[in-house]
Design a protein around this ligand. Structure first.
Ligand code: MN
Length: 711
């Protein structure tokens, strides 16, 4: 643990203004206040503020910020009061500590419950003194670094999720790239340990084999720079595990298909040299179209500046190149911390102040208005890039994932409101339920008890709560529909035979057939689990009568097409089994009818009938999965093809990954085997596409796996 002297000499290494005595006093104050408190790791609690202070020194923060870092948990966790801190360390440090304490309170309530007042405080304190936010991020970083000591797994996962959703975007927003990346990587490791490990080991493997490549490329780029008399520093690096995972996820591609795992950074002295360097690279290598960005003339709004380009570089490798000056580099790594002006209360250097205008505007609005509407219309910041905040008519702030629709919002309030949502208004204007919510929207839902969920609703929601509620509601609607069909078959039969059957008799029949309720019996008739003939026999027995089925009763009764319970849209013809593709619920599917034999069900991507649309004799119809397909226990077999390095033990590693995701391998075949590669064909039992996607992603991220495909 750092001593007071370590901290003093640490700060002195980058700034002159240091009050040795004040730092010593703060150190002892925090030490005494935290006393015998211990962290879950068993370490004394005091080690936490000291390590937060160390992170702040790494960011080259001024003395007062480091002191506030030492004190940041005293008000929250000990009996220290703000008066005490003002008295001992002055108003400025006390204000910063107070700001951090307020942010911590915000942290305690769950994200969905966070209210306007807290949200305001968060923004206010963060924006009026940016150092509060920097301490908060350093605090979170240290808590993440020591996350593994927390015993409760759920708590760890909650903290990791919150870090990904709130703190990493905040760090990015103020340009602190290195902190953002570390936060994301630790959170990623906590949430998806197996995927993290395998990406990490793939990267290590890649680095081992490409170390020489990096050196060669660096040297060649250096030679180019020397040829136009530019001295520069070039570094080649691999991207972080989380950013790779994000790319694999967003673009739905495998590790191999990622082209820009390798990035080169060229740091030069002046802006003109940036462009000269870019020019000579573009003249010497093939430029990958569409990848050039000039963030020097148009900086990102977190004030990041750089030139980005991708080229087919030395050794014919596709590489990403970033060119920037030293000054830009510091801003890129430390963001807003790089241009804090400590003399003016932690505000941003006037030269750069326009960058943070959005933050300042927001503070002005919050401080000067109590008008909710004005607040809402002005608070559409890009603070949290993965989350949107919207407001209920009562003024409660709701947070939803970006991309959520008005319907998601309705279900987030209550599943009843979602199920009966009829009309929606966003900011006072009527909109469709599909409308995607934007930050700061005020959303209002009117319900109508005669409204019920429709199948197409499933495709316009993205939250899990809305999805499951819609499935559940549709499922019970479907049950009701089948019951009605069953009942009408039943009634129709007895009317036709002019039998006046009493309610008691119907009850009796149901009981004799061992149904727990009337509706269960009608449901069974609806799906032809039992027939009218069964009902009639029971009736005859009970009544000692001898009614026989008439001829017309053998005509096909109205029933529910059994296929329809899993797949919608199949006409009433036989289904022909196919072996080319194996759709699982969630796959896009179509029906193919050739001749009069029946219908084949294929995935839309099935290679077998590409081009069939043009064939006159072939009819293709749209099909869709019903929610029953997702809800019932049925398992579906999915085929997965894998190309992998052949090594003893690899097969069992794949099997283990599949098992971890609750998949069941029902068959495994090796179709081709080269010297050190095998082509595997797996058949895996899964419930739906979500489970299969996770399995494929996990296999894809294994070190020795080269390719995973389904067809
Ligand atoms: Mn803390």
């Amino acid at each position: 643990m750092l001593t007071p002297q370590d901290i003093i000499s640490g700060i002195k290494s980058y700034t002159e203004k240091v009050d040795d005595e004040l730092i010593r006093r703060a150190y002892i104050f925090a030490l005494e206040k935290h006393g015998t408190q211990v962290r879950e790791s068993g370490e004394p609690f005091f080690s936490h503020p000291v390590e937060v202070a160390e992170i702040l020194m790494f960011l080259k923060m001024d003395q007062n910020t480091v002191i506030a870092g030492l004190l940041h948990d005293t008000m929250e966790d000990t009996d220290a009061t703000i008066e005490e801190i003002v008295e001992n360390f002055g108003q400025q440090i006390a204000n910063i500590v107070d700001g951090v304490t307020k942010l911590s309170k915000f942290e305690m309530s769950s994200i969905a419950e966070k209210q306007t007042e807290n949200f305001k405080k968060l923004l206010l304190s963060a924006a009026s003194d940016i150092r509060v936010l920097i301490i908060k991020l350093s605090d979170r970083l240290h808590n993440m670094r020591t996350l593994k000591f927390k015993k409760k797994k759920l708590r760890r996962m909650y903290i990791a999720k919150e870090t990904l959703e709130i703190y990493a975007p905040l760090a990015e927003r103020i340009g602190m790239t290195s902190i953002k990346e570390e936060l994301q990587d630790i959170a990623f490791m906590e949430l998806y340990p197996d995927i993290y490990k395998s990406i990490k080991s793939r990267l290590k493997h890649l680095y081992d084999v490409s170390e020489q490549i990096v050196v060669t490329i660096t040297t060649e780029l250096e030679t180019l720079a020397n040829s136009i008399d530019i001295s520069c520093t070039i570094s080649g690096r691999l991207k972080s595990p989380y950013s790779i995972w994000e790319k694999m996820n967003v673009r739905n591609i495998s590790f191999e298909q990622l082209s820009d795992i390798m990035a080169f950074r060229i740091i030069v002295d002046t802006i003109p040299q940036c462009y000269q360097m870019l020019g000579i690279i573009h003249r010497n290598y093939l430029v990958v179209p569409g990848r050039f960005r000039d963030y020097i003339s148009t900086p990102k709004n977190n004030s990041y500046q750089s030139l980005h380009t991708s080229v087919i570089g030395p050794l014919n490798k596709r590489i990403e190149v970033q060119i920037r000056t030293k000054e830009m580099h510091i801003v890129a790594e430390y963001g807003v911390a790089a241009h804090c002006d400590y003399k003016t209360n932690g505000s941003i250097k006037s030269k750069k102040s326009y960058d943070y205008q959005w933050l300042r505007n927001l503070v002005n609005i919050l401080e000067n208005t109590s008008n909710m509407e004005e607040f809402l219309s002005n608070s559409r910041t890009e603070m949290l890039s993965d989350t949107v905040f919207c407001i209920t008519p009562k003024g409660t702030i709701m947070s939803l994932p970006r991309g959520a629709s008005v319907l998601d919002f309705a279900y987030a309030i209550h599943s009843d409101i979602g199920n009966h949502a009829a009309v929606a208004k966003v900011n006072g204007k009527p909109v469709s339920l599909k409308t995607v919510i934007e930050n700061g929207d005020q959303v209002e839902i009117s319900v109508n008890q005669t409204q019920f969920p429709k199948p197409e609703w499933e495709s316009c929601v993205s939250t899990i709560k809305a999805k499951t509620s819609i499935k559940k509601a549709l499922n019970s609607l479907e049950k009701e529909r089948i019951e009605i069909i069953g009942k009408s078959n039943f009634d129709e039969f007895f009317q036709k035979h002019e039998i006046n059957i009493s309610d008691q008799d119907i009850d009796l029949i149901s009981k004799t057939l061992k149904f727990e309720s009337l509706s269960r019996m009608f449901y069974s008739i609806g799906v032809t689990q039992i027939t009218i003939h069964d009902v009639l026999q029971t009736y005859n027995k009970l009544k000692n009568s001898n009614i026989e089925l008439a001829n017309e009763d053998f005509e096909k009764p109205k029933t529910v097409n059994t296929n329809e319970r899993i797949i919608f849209g199949i006409p009433n013809i036989p289904v022909i089994p196919v072996s080319c593709c194996t759709p699982v619920p969630g796959d896009k599917i179509i029906g193919v009818i050739r001749g009069n034999n029946g219908i084949e069900i294929h995935v839309e991507k099935c290679p077998l009938f590409k081009g069939l649309e043009k064939d006159q004799d072939v009819k293709i119809i749209d099909l869709s999965w019903s929610r029953n397909a997702f809800e019932n226990e049925t398992k579906y077999i999915a085929k997965v093809n894998i190309v992998a390095e052949y090594e003893p033990g690899n097969l069992s590693k794949i099997a283990e990954v599949v098992e971890n995701r609750c998949g069941n391998i029902v068959s495994l075949r090796i179709s081709e085997k080269f010297e050190n590669f095998v082509q595997l064909h797996l058949e895996i039992e899964v419930s739906d596409i979500a489970q299969l996607t996770m399995i494929i992603a996990s296999i894809r991220s294994m070190v020795f796996v080269n390719e995973v495909t389904r067809w």
